[in-house]
Design a protein around this ligand. Structure first.
Ligand SMILES: *Cc1c(COP(=O)(O)O)cnc(C)c1O
Length: 367
């Protein structure tokens, strides 16, 4: 079976070396030496400061909201955050878990990121934050969002789960916002099996978050905050270090597949319009079909050849009864109902690429 993605497994010898160290030290968690080493190496690699490793990307979001005080009610009513409905459900569910009401604003029809011009009308007296997503690693309109936030006294937390290593105007995209969060889940470009990180703009927010991820305990006899357990452990960090050692191989393999798709399909299918000022990490290759019927036909034909692409992101969260009574977000709904992410991972074979090419060419010809 050909899935949409496979986790990158680094050299076993390299991983074993890191694990040997864990056995020697007998130090498994609580900010161990490998977690410290990975923190430093990621700050260097990404070109950022104030990075905090956590146990997954969902908790990264929750801790970021807490450290920035978004969860505190406004005049006795729940705080609100304006966010995109075209994302993985964790962007919204993490807000709900912190008692923050997600308020959707529709996406841009070309970039598929939160459209800045839809943000302002969604602002109310309860609004405390904007939570945009660099969807499929595509940089949001960060300058426009930044200005809106400043003018309206709002915090910005970017869900950058897809944007590992992405640069915007030659600097890390993660520098934008009061915080940017990453997911290091096994399916992401860089991973620690499960894991995540927060990059804070300000050191004081990092210090607050450090307390939050470890029960609010700040010393053997002091508890300063109502915290939670969101620590990364040494085995996760060992995997992260081994994957980071080989990250360029991973990019190289993904870029080749991405470019094949791009060359083959961009004439016939619509795809995401990429921010021209930013780099690409080749995490996803989404294609847009004319409509849901055409998409389902493509999935059916690919499945017959044992190829299983994914409907990322479907359904649009604005259509999802869990989050509100049906809100009309036509762009998100339309993109969601006709988008498909093609398989992309290191050892995907050329044969499979050719098969996908033939099947989708057939779809184009029958238009
Ligand atoms: C993967 C992902 C998350 C959640 O990360 P986990 O590490 O799986 O908890 C959050 N937001 C987006 C956009 C994601 O793709």
């Amino acid at each position: 079976m050909i899935p949409v993605t496979k986790p990158y497994l680094p050299s076993r010898e390299k991983l074993d070396k890191y694990i040997d160290g864990i056995y020697e030290r007998e130090w498994l968690t609580n900010n161990g030496p490998l977690v410290q080493e990975l923190t430093k190496r990621l700050e260097e690699y990404l070109g950022v400061e104030n990075l905090l490793l956590v146990s997954n990307g969902t908790l990264a979001l929750q801790i970021a909201y807490r450290a920035l005080g978004i969860h505190e009610p406004v005049n006795g009513k729940p705080a609100e955050a304006i966010t995109t409905p075209f994302t993985f459900v964790a962007t919204s569910s993490s807000l709900e878990w912190e008692g923050i009401e997600p308020v959707f604003a529709d996406i841009d029809p070309d970039t598929w990121c939160l459209d800045p011009k839809n943000i302002e009308p969604a602002i109310t007296a309860q609004t405390k934050a904007i939570v945009p997503v660099h969807v499929f690693g595509n940089a949001c309109e960060v300058e426009a969002i930044d200005e809106l936030a400043k003018n309206n006294n709002l915090k910005v937390i970017y869900d950058a789960a897809h944007a590992f290593g992405v640069k915007y105007k030659d600097e890390s995209l993660l520098k934008w916002g009061d915080a940017a969060t990453l997911s290091f889940h096994a399916t992401k470009v860089f991973h620690t099996i499960e894991g995540g990180a927060i990059v804070f703009k300000r050191k004081e927010d990092l210090e607050k978050a450090k307390k939050l991820i470890s029960f609010g305990i700040t010393g053997p006899e002091t508890i300063e905050e109502v915290g939670i357990n969101a620590k990364m452990n040494e085995f996760q960090a060992a995997m992260g270090l081994a994957v980071l050692d080989e990250i360029e191989h991973n990019y190289y393999a993904r870029e080749k597949i991405w470019s094949y798709y791009k060359e083959h399909f961009s004439g016939g299918f619509k795809t995401q319009f990429l921010n021209l000022q930013s780099t690409n990490n080749y995490g996803y290759f989404p294609l847009l079909f004319n409509d849901e019927r055409e998409l389902k036909n493509a999935i059916f034909k690919l499945n017959l050849c044992d190829i299983f692409p994914r409907r990322y992101f479907y359904p649009s969260l604005s259509e999802c009864a869990l989050y509100n009574e049906v809100l009309d977000m036509p762009t998100s709904r339309d993109v969601s109902s006709s988008v498909l992410c093609l398989p992309i991972y290191k050892n995907l074979s050329t044969d499979v690429l050719v098969t996908i090419g033939e099947i989708l060419d057939g779809i184009l010809q029958s238009r």
